[in-house]
Write a protein of this length. Structure first.
Length: 175
C-alpha cells in the first residue's frame, strides 16, 4: 500500500525536475504537466514498489520517458479544436528576450520522440549511456548512435535555418 505522505514528499521534491524533463520531451508546458501527472497517477497504486527501488527518481524518470515514447496522449472527446485558438494566459517574451532554449526547443520538436528522449536524458538529465539504455530499452552502443544521429540532424536543421534566411536567435540577440 502506498504511503500518501511519502508520495506527497516525493512529488513536492521532484516535480519541478520531472516537469522540466517532460517539457523538453513534449515541447509544451501543459503537455509536460499532463505527462508528469499521468505518470505519477499510474505509479501511485504501486508506490511501495517504486519507493523500494534503488533510486526512486530514476524509476519515475524511466516511467515518464516510456509513457512519452509509448504514444502521445490521444485527444479525448472533450478536446475542442478551433480555427483560431484563444489568447494564451501569459505574455510572450517581448523586446527580443528569447533565449537559446527557445531555439533548442524548436529544433528538438523536429526530432522523433526516441531521439528527443535520448538527447534530453543525456544533456538535460546528464545520464550516462548505460542509464539511458536501461530507460529507453536498447544497448549502450545504440544510445551513442542515436545521440550521434540526433546531433547531426540538429546541425543540419540549424544550417537549413541559417540558409533560409531565418534569423538565428541566441540569448535575445539576433545573429
Amino acid at each position: 500500500m502506498a504511503d500518501p505522505a511519502e508520495f506527497a514528499t516525493f512529488v513536492r521534491v521532484h516535480s519541478t525536475a520531472l516537469v522540466s524533463s517532460a517539457f523538453l520531451l513534449t515541447g509544451d508546458r501543459v503537455d509536460a504537466e499532463e505527462l508528469v501527472q499521468d505518470t505519477l497517477v499510474r505509479l501511485y497504486p504501486n508506490w511501495a514498489r517504486v519507493a523500494q527501488a534503488d533510486v526512486p527518481l530514476a524509476y519515475v524518470r524511466r516511467s515518464l520517458t516510456n509513457n512519452f515514447l509509448n504514444g502521445r496522449r490521444r485527444r479525448s472527446a472533450g478536446d475542442v479544436l478551433v480555427a483560431d485558438p484563444p489568447e494564451t494566459g501569459y505574455e510572450p517574451d517581448l523586446g527580443g528576450r528569447l533565449s537559446d532554449r527557445e531555439l533548442v526547443r524548436s529544433l528538438l520538436d523536429r526530432l522523433p520522440a526516441r531521439q528527443r528522449a535520448v538527447l534530453v536524458l543525456r544533456f538535460f538529465e546528464e545520464l550516462d549511456d548505460g542509464d539511458i539504455a536501461a530507460i529507453v530499452g536498447c544497448r549502450r552502443g545504440t544510445v551513442r548512435s542515436i545521440v550521434s544521429r540526433s546531433l547531426q540532424q540538429l546541425r543540419l536543421d540549424t544550417e537549413r535555418r541559417a540558409a533560409s534566411g531565418q534569423p538565428r536567435q541566441t540569448n535575445g540577440n539576433l545573429r
